[in-house]
Design a protein around this ligand. Sequence first.
Ligand SMILES: Cc1ncc(COP(=O)(O)O)c(C=O)c1O
Length: 328
Amino acid sequence: MRQAMARAEVGDDVFGEDPTVRRLEQRAAELCGREAALLVPSGTMANLIGLALHCQRGDEVILERRTHSFSHEVGGGAALFGILFHPLESADGRLLPEQVEEAIRPVDVHQPRTRLVVVENSINLAGGLLYPFELLRRLRQLTRQRGLGLHLDGARIFNAAVASGVEPATWAAQVDTLSFCLSKGLGCPVGSLFVGDREQVDQARWLRKMLGGGMRQAGIIAAAGLYALEHNIARLAEDHARARELAAGLRQCLDERFRVQPVETNMVLIHTDSAATTETTLASWRRAGVLALAPSPTTIRLVTHLDIPAAGARQAVERISRATREQG
Ligand SMILES: Cc1ncc(COP(=O)(O)O)c(C=O)c1O
């Protein structure tokens, strides 16, 4: 990947003159079976562009409370574009069409207009759970019937595609716009794509510039993206297998204070009995050389990725097991 970056042919992408960026955008659009795509610096910016494209000031977006756009994007839709968030709560982060239907505002001069629904696949804060395809199809029907936009935060859409066997283009056909990340599982240092119809992507280009995301010789980044799309998608299955192995090992060595959630993609989510357990566990694992995050006070998240070697899951379990014995 570094070699591809060093060899990249570049131009000024703000003027549309970077051939490597163009190739990446074309390849991303092709993979998603859509007309066009736009390279942006981050998943956060890609989602923000999605919000701004579908909503006017004062419009409302419906999403599950764990959705990244609501939980981890600094309220950018509200702060920068005057969009209202209407967060719903579901059992597992998956937004149900019935819930959405209930939350859609009536057409009433006193109320904001519901314009957009955002879903995430896979769902980061739910431990990499997949959004079931049938559920997305039903949501698509509903949003169409009610004249709403549907944006998919597909930061990890390739993990979802590999794990579900449903192609990225099949997911992408069910939504109006989507974003996906080249960083994260695909292993690039930076970059995300905003994907949709030609007209949407033309408009997204203006929004990207407004947000300060127009980049000059971005071919260096695009070359990494092209490399990742060619070499790093199929291998995500290895990350998923390692996550399953890790979860199985942890179930053996952790006590009743921990519940290891079934694994669907490249994350292992562990529910703990208290914030104190989470805190001491993370500290002891860190000392043992295993890095994890606490997405909430009572959950611990481990992620597998392409820098983790084949024996990595087994080694992590051994270290955690040893740390647990030493503590107990
Ligand atoms: C589901 C999801 N969407 C969007 C993002 C944002 O990506 P970035 O960190 O590139 O802004 C993330 C980052 O973790 C994410 O998990």
